[in-house]
Design a protein around this ligand. Structure first.
Ligand code: FAM
Length: 467
């Protein structure tokens, strides 16, 4: 199904993006404002911008809706607004107009590091601007100060059976954080609609800040890795997360986490997790409830759980074919997956039609840090074989690898071998995009989402009547 509006939405220099903060506002690098202060300056400007766009174009048609799209998971249907990131089918994701290599180049780094600090990416997603080193340090400190989780949430996690999937535990704990939601309290106290964004911002900051303690506790409980260390308020977010998982001694792993969180943070508004967060948030459920719902979507095998599925698939392949399988043996294994009615995990995408630049960023990291890793070599071998096979099979619209084809191999290399945990790390990262979106939705007064559903009989009747 081809749909012209998708290319307009996907283009990084599209009229839609040109009207957004990312291009209109210049960086305020010299001014050491906090993120919340800067946001307070930007919100009225963007409110006016949206008002103008709606006044000028509000009654114009924005492309046709095909019946196939209504049945086909709404692919390409223009239905959502999110300025934070835009996904182009060919060139991949841009965060506020910046590609992954541009973010790697422009965003502040840790001392001695070369990957971007996710704190900077969050600042970029929220403001459209590149923060200074000092502004990023402020965020690291703020998140470290907010990182503790309530004791009853620790108890919930400690009581979960280790057989409960880490993503279910993650979602339970995030839901329970709603106990202390500033937004839920303010709403009960009668907050005015124009002030919604303030407590949403506070909850969003708390949410992001508390995720390492939740993820670390799940990891250590489920996989028996001993007691959690304390958060170090002098370290950045990724360093603290690595430390809670027990991997902070390895600077390359910490660098990997910085890159990992940055590239997994956001993938425009329509993917299952981002859209679920926005949808649930539109009912004015607070950011904890909205993000827990998003996590439940991320936990599906066609979305975030694919990173676990890839490793399971690779391990099964290795145990069947041995360490250095021939191309022919690997091809046969791939065909047997397809003939068994299963998908090749880590390949294909609902929007992308080329190799995912998030895959490429991870491959570049692997070539730098672990070029001789046997599993990395297998991933490279599969990359050379799967696309032709998917093309020959003739169903997948995109035969190229996505982000999940690579991430597990990198984590495995550094000793984080428990694949059931991988989607939790995706979940920590995706909070950055969903939180930024929730803040802006409340600032711009996004309404309750309520699209129209039709019965098949009604669709049939509408087009019979037109004949
Ligand atoms: N292996 C085998 N078949 C595939 C395939 C793959 N990797 N990708 C797509 N197809 C099939 C798909 O199942 C569908 O078959 P049916 O007509 O029998 O239903 C057909 O090709 C057309 O699908 P499409 O239009 O190309 O893809 P969709 O937009 O429907 O779905 C994905 C997109 C990602 C769900 C799909 O490509 C897939 O299942 N990939 C494997 C799972 C995966 O890696 N998911 C992670 C995606 C990732 F980016 C993320 O969200 N984290």
């Amino acid at each position: 199904m081809s749909f012209p509006v998708r290319s307009v939405l996907g283009a990084s220099r599209s009229p839609l993006l040109r009207g957004s903060l990312s291009v209109r506002l210049s960086s305020t690098a010299a001014k050491q404002t906090t993120l919340k202060e800067r946001l307070a300056e930007l919100i009225p400007i963007q409110q006016e911008n949206v008002k103008r766009i709606r006044a000028e174009h509000g009654k114009k048609s924005f492309g046709p809706v095909l019946v196939d799209q209504v049945y086909g998971g709404m692919r390409g249907l223009p239905a959502l607004i999110w300025d934070g990131s835009v996904l182009d089918a060919d060139e991949g994701i841009r965060f506020r107009g910046k590609s992954i290599p541009e973010c790697q180049d422009l965003l502040p780094k840790a001392a001695g590091g070369s990957e971007p600090l996710p704190e900077g990416l969050f600042w970029l997603l929220v403001t459209g601007e590149i923060p200074t080193q000092e502004q990023v340090s402020q965020l690291s400190q703020d998140w470290a100060a907010r990182a503790a989780i309530p004791e009853f949430v620790e108890e919930i996690l400690d009581r979960c059976p280790p057989s409960l999937h880490p993503m279910s535990q993650f979602s339970l704990a995030v839901t329970a954080l709603n106990h202390n939601s500033a937004f839920a309290k303010a709403y009960q106290d009668g907050i005015s609609k124009k002030d919604y964004w303030g407590p949403t911002f506070e909850d969003s900051m708390d949410l992001i800040a508390k995720l390492p303690n939740i993820a670390g506790r799940i990891y250590r409980n489920v996989f028996g890795q001993g007691k959690l260390p304390a958060i170090d308020s002098t370290k950045d977010y990724s360093h603290n997360l690595a430390s809670l998982l027990g991997f902070a001694e390895d600077p390359a792993f910490v660098e990997l986490l910085r890159l990992y969180i940055t590239i997994h943070s956001d993938h425009e508004g329509g993917n299952v997790s981002a859209h679920t967060g926005k949808l649930v948030g539109s009912a004015l459920s607070d950011p904890f409830l909205a993000y827990a719902a998003a996590l439940n979507g991320l936990a599906g095998p066609l979305h975030g759980l694919a990173n676990q599925e890839v490793l399971i698939w690779l391990r099964k392949m290795q145990s069947k074919l041995g360490e250095n399988p021939s191309d022919d043996a690997v091809k046969e294994y791939i065909w047997s997956t397809l003939k068994g009615g299963q998908v090749v995990p880590g390949y294909g995408h609902a929007v992308l039609r080329k190799t995912d630049p998030r895959y490429t960023a991870q491959r570049t990291f692997a070539l730098k840090h672990l070029p001789e890793d046997p599993l990395f070599k297998l991933v490279g071998q599969i990359y050379n074989l799967v696309p032709d096979i998917l093309l020959e099979a003739g169903k997948a619209k995109n035969p190229w690898p996505n982000v999940d084809a690579h991430s597990g191999v990198l984590l495995t290399h550094y000793g984080l071998t428990q694949m059931q945990f991988y989607t939790v790390l995706f979940g920590v990262s995706r909070a950055f995009g969903v939180a930024a979106q929730l803040i802006w939705d409340r600032a711009l007064g996004a309404p309750l989402e309520r699209p129209k559903s039709y019965s098949s009989a009604a669709i049939d009747q509408i087009f019979r009547d037109k004949q």
